[in-house]
Design a binder for this molecule. Structure first.
Ligand code: SAM
Length: 428
């Protein structure tokens, strides 16, 4: 008998190298991505993550010598995925940082002594004052102005440097804001705590930069130590639109039919109100990074299950589940699976014959009923011609459970959440 493989990785360091650059909800742990990449692909193969989030699959693909592609609708996810999978020499980062640090520090001191006036852009409709105190806004604006200057005078290779520091900045925004830490939804800290809360914005930024340069150094060393120099590319796009005109041209060129050896992905859970609210999580980072308010407000609507959709789905398991939950929730769950099915169709097309598609996700509960998403994916996948190879299980250590909110959205009121992840392997 084969020894049982341990998929729990309970004591694994999931933050090593660039994996720990910035938080992101419901991350796939690098150890699972790595194992799937090693089991189902070879060096030189192409890997796709059609819901790449912060890009852990891309980082692991690079470190195993596989070129990879990531797709995500969330611009913050795309920024994180790009930065995490772009090796930069830490000495180069240090040289930029020394100049930046001196300039920012000088301006922050001058602003504190009212020697310079900081121009505040139009933040209307963002409710920014609720989450940031006036001094925070002023100092964040000074840092951002310096980051925007990176590369203005220099060569084209500076985009990756600016994006690296933008990730440190996004982290700073998260730390100094009045949002409760360790929550992926936006809840403000209690009034009394907020009154006394006075973090030193520049100190926070400095710490984030130093920590991030160290992590990038670790990634750079691992990458340089691998003789196969793999590349990663990230597309801000909707996976449902693959192969259509609405998909970016460059992505269409790279992701044509039968172009991918392996898909490794963790799709969203659907229903941002009760599971992971990617829009809320990203909101203030994106506002501060200067993204369009409309783009930000549409993230959750664009996410799988974000719009009501109706279609007859060929899944007995799903039909049975839908008949046991309330009509309103059944419509939400169905919309999600209509979207999932559309993605399975695209994923089937993009994978080469004999290639694999691996999905990592837990089964969520609706109206106290477990939705067997793993079985439904296997059933829907088989309609397109996917064979079910295996489903592995991982127990999630309690502190890493992807979300802990209640369906009523009342903070503190907990219900059963996801404590087990399924790893579904399909073959074309
Ligand atoms: C569970 S997260 C992925 C996390 C990722 N594995 C990581 O380690 O960071 C799911 C991702 O799917 C993205 N997403 C949702 N709907 C999408 C769509 N229609 N097309 C592409 N990405 C989508 C979300 O923005 C989110 O980043």
């Amino acid at each position: 008998m084969l020894p049982k493989i341990d998929w729990d990785f309970a004591r694994a360091d999931i933050h090593f190298a660039t994996h720990g650059l910035h938080p992101y909800p419901a991350r796939m742990i690098p150890q699972i991505a790595r194992r799937l990449i090693e089991m189902y692909s070879l060096p030189g193969d192409k890997v796709l993550d059609p819901f790449c989030g912060s890009g852990g699959v891309l980082v692991e693909s690079m470190l195993r010598g596989r070129d990879s592609f990531g797709i995500d609708i969330n611009p913050l996810a795309c920024l994180l995925a790009r930065v995490k999978s772009t090796p930069i020499d830490p000495e180069l980062l240090m040289s930029y940082w020394e100049k930046l640090r001196a300039g920012i520090e000088k301006d922050i001191i001058a602003a504190r002594f009212k020697q310079i006036k900081v121009k505040v852009p139009d933040f209307s409709g963002t409710n920014i004052e609720y989450w940031f105190k006036p001094y925070m806004i002023e100092e964040l604006l000074i840092i951002k102005r310096h980051l925007d200057e990176i590369g203005k005078e220099a060569n084209l290779g500076t985009k990756k440097i600016r994006e690296f520091f933008n990730v440190c900045f996004s982290n700073t925004v998260r730390v100094v804001s009045g949002a409760k830490k360790r929550e992926f939804k936006l809840y403000r800290m209690p009034k009394e705590k907020w009154k006394k809360y006075r973090p030193n914005v520049f100190e926070v930024f400095k710490n984030r930069v130093n920590d991030s340069i160290r992590r990038m150094g670790e990634f750079y060393e691992l990458f340089m130590g691998n003789s196969l120099k793999a590349k990663a590319e990230v597309f801000e796009a909707d996976t449902r639109k693959m192969f259509t005109k609405e998909f970016p041209e460059e992505a269409r060129r790279q992701l044509h039919e039968e172009s991918i050896d392996l898909v490794v992905t963790s799709p969203p859970y659907g229903d941002s109100r009760t599971t992971v609210a990617y829009g809320q999580f990203s909101r203030y980072s994106l506002i501060w990074l200067g993204f369009d308010k409309k783009v930000i407000s549409e993230i959750d609507k664009k996410s799988l299950g974000g719009n009501t959709r109706e279609k007859n789905l060929d899944s007995k398991i799903l039909i049975d589940v839908l008949s046991r939950i309330s009509e309103k929730r059944a419509a939400d769950v169905k919309s999600y699976f209509v979207d999932i099915e559309e993605c399975l169709d695209k994923i089937y097309k993009v994978v080469k014959n004999g290639g694999h598609a691996c999905f990592v996700l837990g089964n969520r509960t609706v109206n106290r009923m477990k939705i067997p998403t793993d079985e439904i994916i296997v059933e829907l996948g088989s309609r397109y011609g996917f064979d079910h190879v295996a489903t592995f299980h991982r127990r999630i250590p309690s502190k890493r459970i992807p979300w802990k909110s209640s369906p009523t959205n009342i903070p503190g009121q907990k219900v059963e959440t996801i404590s087990k992840e399924n790893i579904i392997v399909l073959r074309k």
